[in-house]
Design a protein around this ligand. Structure first.
Ligand SMILES: [Zn+2]
Length: 80
C-alpha cells in the first residue's frame, strides 16, 4: 500500500432507525440508516408502513381527490 493515499479503515457502527446496531469496519465510524435487515418487511414477513416524508399520505389524498372527481363526473353523465 502506498503511504498517505488510503482512507483510515476504522471500527464502525451502522445504526438503524429501529434501534438495531451492527458492528463492522468502514472508512466512516458511524453510518445512520433508515431501515435494516431486522426491521425491513421483506425479512420480518410482517406488513409495515415504511413511510418517509408522508408519501403514502400524499398518495392517498390524491387518490381520494381523483375518486371524488370521477364520482362527480359519473353523476353529471347520468343527468344528461
Ligand atoms: Zn432496522
Amino acid at each position: 500500500m502506498r503511504a498517505d493515499i488510503h482512507p483510515k479503515y476504522v471500527d464502525a457502527e451502522i445504526r438503524c432507525a429501529c434501534g438495531n446496531v451492527i458492528k463492522t469496519r468502514s472508512t466512516k465510524p458511524v453510518i445512520i440508516v433508515g431501515i435494516c435487515n431486522s426491521c425491513h418487511p421483506f425479512y420480518t414477513g410482517q406488513q409495515k408502513f415504511v413511510d418517509t416524508a408522508g408519501r403514502v399520505d400524499k398518495f392517498q389524498q390524491r387518490m381520494a381527490k381523483t375518486q371524488a372527481a370521477q364520482a362527480a363526473a359519473a353523476v353529471r353523465k347520468k343527468r344528461k
